[in-house]
Design a protein around this ligand. Structure first.
Ligand SMILES: Nc1ncnc2c1ncn2[C@@H]1O[C@H](COP(=O)(O)OP(=O)(O)OP(=O)(O)O)[C@@H](O)[C@H]1O
Ligand SMILES: [Mg+2]
Length: 449
């Protein structure tokens, strides 16, 4: 039989070639072509089929991680034998978070930390700072085969690999951290995790543009992709799920980095949802993240400019969404911003993806443009349509509940929002009316927009 030809495949787009290229001819990505093991033609016997009704499955109990905010994002704890990828920028606190989780897990189950980045002594020092990780087992190893063999023998309940980029297999010729190595390591760990019932958490580094470094195929392999975000200059960190096979992807965990580790912030609204009384350009949004409503301060600055293309700078808000809101404000609400730069910022480094925050963004910009503060004790939610009409936001009742809990007096909301016992609902059908109702007209403002 002829020997099958060697093949190279792109890990990004799947392009295959008979020889190696530095740049993939298919998608123009660099360094993504990896050697594929030649597949020998085999003949396999057909397998019997099962009906779903006959499949035996019991809902396995989830493993609580002891870190409430992590459990929330995972959808109620770690699923046994699942594979979770945690990505985040250097120094954001990935190792800290996972060591804390291992410490809590190790009280009842076997928890193993495979460290390729730090020495056991370094981990020990961190554990001493965090406290209570005495029972965590540790393995300082970077060779993939050794890690897999150890996992197969020891079969811990939970294993953290810190990080997937440091593992390498001697069988592949490429350097540790290269696309081929990372893919191979993840695929093998996946098999070991499923066969031996080890819930495995992989730490992955992210590239400058925020993607988990290594092939995208990693994200398809694992059950759950968590992103740990945060500003190095702020103490707050936000954990969110980019993919979750066992729960919602909208859940959000908020932490504060302290000397004794990450402390969960169970009530982020109290932290992020406060504005200064009478301050121009600030509004409180009531956004919904998964099952949890959260109040966030939105700040806006409107500044006259001579640029032909005024700047629209958004931190924490989608720039396209901001451009749309600015356009609707100009066209339908009489807030012309054609010759002004607009900057919008969400407090605490939190990112909002939800359209329900539109109204608060518009209100903050209108307040900044007119030099009039938003009425005190007011929060806003509602989606803005291109016609300037406000669309009802989902789960209005839970949002109102959160506003009432934080002691706000009025909620600016789209028409049709049901009344609430504890907070006054100020309904508006259009953006123009909402802005009129939301800005404090007792204060004499100067038009700058
Ligand atoms: N003594 C300390 N007091 C307060 N915060 C500390 C202390 N030591 C470390 N930190 C915080 O911990 C962070 C580092 O956390 P950690 O090592 O878990 O990050 P990481 O995401 O694992 O980073 P890397 O990608 O480099 O492995 C630092 O950025 C710092 O904010
Ligand atoms: Mg680390």
């Amino acid at each position: 039989m002829a020997k099958p030809a060697l093949k190279f495949a792109c890990s990004e787009c799947g392009y295959t070639a008979g020889r190696w290229f530095g740049k993939c001819p298919g998608c123009d990505a660099f360094g993504t072509l990896v050697e594929e093991a030649p597949v020998a033609a085999t003949s396999a016997a057909p397998k019997p089929l099962l009906r779903l009704v006959d499949v035996q499955a019991e809902e396995a109990a989830r493993i609580p991680t002891g870190v409430a905010e992590l459990d929330r994002v995972l959808g109620g704890g770690l699923v046994p034998a699942s594979l979770v990828l945690v990505g985040g920028e250097p120094g954001v606190g990935k190792s800290t978070l996972l060591l804390m989780a291992l410490a809590a897990i190790s009280e009842e189950r076997r928890a193993l930390l495979v460290t390729g980045e730090e020495s056991t002594a370094q981990v020990k020092l961190r554990a001493a700072r965090l406290g209570g990780a005495e029972q965590v087992e540790i393995l300082a190893e970077t060779e993939l085969e050794a890690v897999c063999a150890t996992l197969e023998r020891e079969r811990p309940d939970v294993c953290v690999i810190d990080s997937i980029q440091t593992l390498y297999s001697a069988e592949l010729g490429s350097a540790p951290g290269s696309v081929g190595q990372v893919r191979e390591a993840a695929a093998r760990l996946l098999r070991v995790a499923k066969e031996n019932g080890v819930a495995t958490i992989l730490v992955g580094h992210v590239t400058k543009d925020g993607a988990v470094a290594g092939p995208r195929v990693l994200e398809h392999l694992v059950d759950c992709v968590l992103q740990f975000e945060g500003d190095r200059y702020h103490a707050h960190r936000v954990l969110r799920a980019a993919k979750n096979r066992f729960g919602s992807t909208n859940e959000l965990g908020v932490f504060e980095m302290t000397g004794t580790g990450l402390v969960g912030v169970p009530d982020p609204s109290a932290l992020f949802g406060k504005t200064e009384e009478g301050e121009v350009g600030a509004a409180v949004a009531c956004a919904l993240e998964g099952t949890r409503p959260i109040l966030l301060e939105i700040q806006a600055l409107v500044s006259p400019t001579d640029l032909a293309m005024p700047r629209r700078v958004a931190t924490g808000v989608d720039p396209r969404r901001l451009a749309m809101i600015v356009a609707v404000l100009g066209r339908h609400a009489g807030v012309a911003l054609g010759s002004a730069d607009v900057f919008v910022n969400v407090a605490g480094g939190v990112r909002i993806d939800e359209p329900g925050a539109d109204l608060a963004v518009a209100l903050a910009i209108a307040s900044a443009a007119k030099g009039v503060p938003v009425r005190s004790g007011m929060a806003a939610f509602g989606e803005i349509g291109l016609t300037g009409r406000l669309r009802a936001a989902t789960q209005a009742e839970r949002r109102l509940e959160e506003c009432a809990k934080l002691g706000l007096a009025v909620a600016l909301a789209p028409a049709g929002t049901p009344a609430h016992g504890k907070i006054r609902v100020q309904e508006s059908d259009t953006l123009r009316r909402a802005i009129k109702a939301g800005l404090d007209d007792r204060q004499d403002g100067q038009e700058t927009g």
